[in-house]
Design a protein around this ligand. Structure first.
Ligand SMILES: Cc1cc2nc3c(=O)[nH]c(=O)nc-3n(C[C@H](O)[C@H](O)[C@H](O)COP(=O)(O)OP(=O)(O)OC[C@H]3O[C@@H](n4cnc5c(N)ncnc54)[C@H](O)[C@@H]3O)c2cc1C
Length: 399
């Protein structure tokens, strides 16, 4: 009988559940940077209207922001697995930068995969080192979750494009150099969405944006966009003008993986604080963490968070292997599971800490609203359930 130990092989067997030394080192370096800034820095930026520019710049210079982008354009040459490590570790130290979901993950991946050589030269080195930030705009006021109904339209004018439409909830436009806008071309106005993606500089003429007041304590803000015949050169179009959904999903699967990583990191942050607190707080004769009413929900949270993380790692591994369609199911499932685990854990952390859970000092209460973003965006909990019901289970559509 052959045992694993006797299996003839030159290399030691790879255990897919243990991160490689390179990945572990990346995780440790990101965590070190994130801890140096810490949640207090993040909260102060959010409360005083400052941006997290220093952190963004440093993360870029250390190669963290562009770890997934091609080496020939200044990136790290790794993949979404590594970028998700960066997101998770930042978030686990209370400095989860939302623009990481957008700039290197959605925009960087789409340009790297579908851009021309000139577009890659123009944008990728800056996206990699953080000197360029790009926002992403798909959501529209009327279409909402139904992206097939977007009406932002591009029409030809000589070799230029003229872009007109409205977008809503677009993150970080005030700190972005450009926005990757999802539109449709004039002759693809009706029927199923054939998205056409345009890079629109934020200082373009006839492009305006207005901040939306949000009850989120976060340095990165949301905006409404107004595009009225914004004139763009022909090379503003990334990929083909009726590239169908495949091109868009090259960016949307990474977005879901990053949303999962962000929620997993936030859940770790809240769980860590809660565990530390209940281990030290004694109001009877043992620390409150000994009471099962406190211990069990935290243990449940730990299980749910680890399961969500495994699914996220599966999604990233599939994406990095070039299997866009195969990555879609785990990307959606991990986004769902991570958001649910995060909301539950943050709520339980507040409860476990009594009055301190709601204080400014302990830094958990600001997460009560923030953790819910992952349930709504970039795709809502209900739309993920629709996807799983229809695609994984083959159930009929209600809409
Ligand atoms: C903080 C934040 C940042 C964001 N950043 C960006 C960004 O950078 N770029 C960008 O393009 N967008 C961004 N978004 C937008 C986000 O992707 C949308 O809010 C989200 O897709 C939901 O769309 P909606 O808000 O229009 O909700 P609606 O579509 O109006 O939905 C409202 C509710 O109805 C439910 N619902 C809708 N249709 C169905 C159905 N068929 N079956 C069951 N339930 C349904 C939804 O799940 C939801 O619970 C951001 C949103 C937030 C909150």
């Amino acid at each position: 009988m052959t045992t694993f130990a006797e299996t003839p092989t030159d290399a030691a067997p790879v255990n897919p559940f243990v991160e490689t030394a390179e990945r572990a080192a990346l995780r440790a370096s990101v965590a070190a940077l994130a801890k140096r800034y810490g949640q207090e820095y993040f909260m102060e930026c959010a409360r005083t209207g400052k941006k997290t520019d220093e952190l963004w710049r440093e993360a870029g210079q250390l190669g963290f922001l562009g770890v997934n982008l091609p080496e020939e354009y200044g990136g790290g040459g790794a993949g979404m697995y590594e970028l998700a490590i960066v997101m998770e570790e930042m978030s686990a130290s209370g400095v989860g930068l939302l623009m990481m979901v957008v700039s290197p993950a959605i925009c960087g991946n789409i340009i790297a995969r579908f851009g021309t050589d000139d577009q890659k030269q123009r944008w990728l080195p800056g996206l990699s080192d953080g000197s360029i930030t790009m926002a992403f705009g798909i959501t529209e006021p009327e279409a909402g979750s139904n992206s097939h109904q977007i009406t932002t339209t591009a029409r030809r004018d000589g070799s230029d494009w003229l872009l007109t439409g409205r977008k809503v909830w677009i993150s970080g436009v005030d700190q972005a150099d450009a926005v990757l806008i999802v539109a449709r071309t004039e002759d693809a106005k009706t029927g199923k969405l054939k998205p056409a993606l345009f890079i629109v500089p934020t200082d373009a003429e006839n492009f305006e944006y207005k901040q939306i007041a949000m009850e989120l304590i976060n340095p990165e803000k949301q905006f409404q966009l107004f595009l009225d015949d914004v004139r763009l050169p022909s090379d503003a179009l990334v990929g083909s003008e009726d590239a169908a959904l495949g091109q868009l999903f090259a960016g949307l699967n990474p977005e879901r993986i990053m949303a999962a990583a962000s929620a997993i990191g936030m859940a770790r942050f809240a769980l860590g604080k809660a565990v530390d607190y209940v281990n030290n707080r004694t109001v009877w004769k043992t620390p409150i963490g000994a009471h099962q009413a406190i211990a069990h929900p935290l243990a449940q949270g730990k299980i749910e968070l680890e399961m969500a993380k495994l699914m996220m790692q599966k999604a990233a591994t599939m994406y990095d292997a070039g299997d866009d369609w195969g990555a879609a199911e785990p990307a959606n499932m991990s986004k769902y599971a991570a958001a649910e685990a995060c909301v539950k854990i943050v709520d339980q952390a507040v409860q476990s800490m009594g009055g301190n859970g709601l204080s400014t000092e302990y830094g958990i209460a600001p997460l009560l609203n923030l953790c819910r973003v992952a349930r709504v965006a970039p795709v809502s909990r209900e739309m993920v359930l629709n996807f799983v019901a229809q695609t994984s289970l083959g159930l009929p559509k209600s809409y």
